[in-house]
Ligand binder design. Structure first.
Ligand code: XLS
Ligand code: NI
Ligand code: NI
Length: 440
């Protein structure tokens, strides 16, 4: 084990035990090295544990104090505590059997009295992370800079009205890209929690968005200058903490990237709980970006229909997991992204084993989703039904429209020459839903 195996003495490495297993500390559907549709399950799903919830979450909520105390964490911001936490984290990743993890700079290492001291701390902690990566084979999916917790960022980081705050954010981004590169990370995420506003009356939106685009351009330029080959990602979210956030949803971000000439440089990291907050259904932004070739990675979580905030719950629903897996397979799998559990145990789930059970249950749901999606796609019935629905665009008049070879005049003439109402074609939603359920 990564450390001396002493952080989780009660937990054995989690193994595949098959669908009949009633052991919640085993996998029923996730058999990492099993090849399905030409790829190992681990390579289709590329599971990742996030550091912030799983190793820094303590159950604090706006109404109550922390509920969760971990035996390896003494609650201080000392370097020793940070280093011990890293050892616990790697043992957790290893026992769970995931290949990847993600982190913010401030999750892993304490901020110092000066910027230089903060950088030095991060160097020391990432040295240990690099050592444990080499020892365990666990890899960094992506890194990021936390540009939202510190009070200096209360009015935004890249969109702050004060250029000195922008500069400070830039320094933090540069360092976070440096350590991500050092650790061989496959991506770098921008989640703009404070990039938005609390009231429009004191906000110049177009200036702020322009500044944000400049930050992304600097990151792209810097990435190229140091030979960092990971993807730069933006993670949309419509609100929380700000009342309005600029990266509202996937379509908004894609339009923003286009506007600023960043479309080909930046991918999207989609979190379904954020998609739900934007008023869409869970799967909407994943399917949209997957089809457009812009789905870089997924923050695998879900919200509660009855709650209006980012509850970051683990996905356990097989239908939803199947929709995600289908989108991943249809885009040919991830290249540098994965399924990152940006999810937390409930504040009432205070046992150490709950950390394992939560991840195992979600890994298994997504693995079941993958198996379902493979059957659905290999069987071909649902894809054929979908293709049939649009068959009119495969030939003749439809093809001319789709390929841009028609005009209002030509179509008017066509309608006058064939002056009858188009036939009524059923949308067949219930049939599609019924067939989809065959594969769950
Ligand atoms: C918060 C975000 C955050 C990002 C990383 O809602 O999901 O956790 O994934 O900064
Ligand atoms: Ni996220
Ligand atoms: Ni979130």
């Amino acid at each position: 084990m990564a450390g001396d195996g002493s952080f989780f003495p009660e937990i054995q490495p989690i193994a595949f035990a098959g669908p009949e297993s009633d052991n919640v500390l085993s996998y029923r559907y996730y058999d990492a090295d099993e090849v399905i549709m030409g790829k190992k399950m681990r390579d289709w799903l590329r599971f990742s544990v996030c550091y912030w919830h799983t190793f820094r979450g303590n159950g604090l909520d706006p109404f109550g104090k922390p509920t969760i105390n971990r035996p390896w964490d003494d609650g201080t911001e000392s370097l020793d505590n940070a280093l011990r936490r890293v050892r616990a984290a790697f043992e957790f990743f290893q026992k769970l059997g995931v290949d990847y993890y993600t982190f913010h700079d401030v999750d892993v290492s304490p901020e110092g009295a000066t910027l230089q001291e903060t950088f030095d701390n991060l160097d020391k902690v990432t040295d240990l992370m690099l050592e444990l990566q080499a020892k365990t084979g666990i890899k960094l999916l992506w890194g990021t800079a936390n540009l939202f917790s510190h009070p200096r960022y209360m009015c935004g980081a890249s969109t702050n009205p004060d250029p000195l705050v922008f500069a400070r954010a830039a320094a933090q981004v540069k360092k976070a890209i440096d350590v991500t590169h050092k650790l061989g990370g496959q991506g770098f995420v921008f989640w703009g929690g404070r990039e938005g506003y609390a009231h429009i009356i004191n906000t110049d939106m177009t200036r702020e968005m322009g500044h944000y685009a400049q930050m992304l351009k600097m990151a792209v330029a810097y990435k190229k200058s140091i030979g960092f080959s990971g993807q730069i990602l933006v993670e949309p979210k419509p609100r929380e903490p700000m009342k309005h956030q600029y990266d509202y949803d996937a379509q908004t971000v894609l339009g923003f990237l286009h506007q600023h000439g960043l479309y080909d440089e930046v991918m999207l990291n989609i979190e379904p709980n954020h998609t739900q907050l934007a008023g869409h259904e869970f799967e909407h932004d994943i399917i949209l970006t997957a089809q457009m070739g812009k789905l870089g990675s997924i923050d695998a979580n879900t919200g509660s229909e009855s709650l209006g905030w980012d509850t970051d719950e683990f996905i356990v629903d097989h239908a939803r997991a199947t929709l995600i897996a289908k989108a991943i397979i249809e885009m040919g799998g991830f290249t540098q992204g994965g399924l990152n559990f940006d999810a937390k145990v409930r504040r009432e789930s205070t046992d150490v084993e709950d950390m394992f059970i939560a991840h195992i249950a979600s890994i298994d749901a997504l693995a079941k989703g993958l198996r379902n999606a493979v059957r659905l796609l290999e069987h071909g019935r649902l894809p054929a039904m979908l293709k049939q629905r649009y068959a009119g665009f495969d030939e003749g008049l439809g093809k001319q429209i789709e390929e841009g070879n028609s005009s209002l005049e030509a179509l008017t003439q066509h309608c006058l020459d064939n002056d009858t109402e188009p036939p009524v074609l059923s949308g067949k939603q219930e049939k599609f839903q019924a067939v989809f359920n065959h594969y769950l």
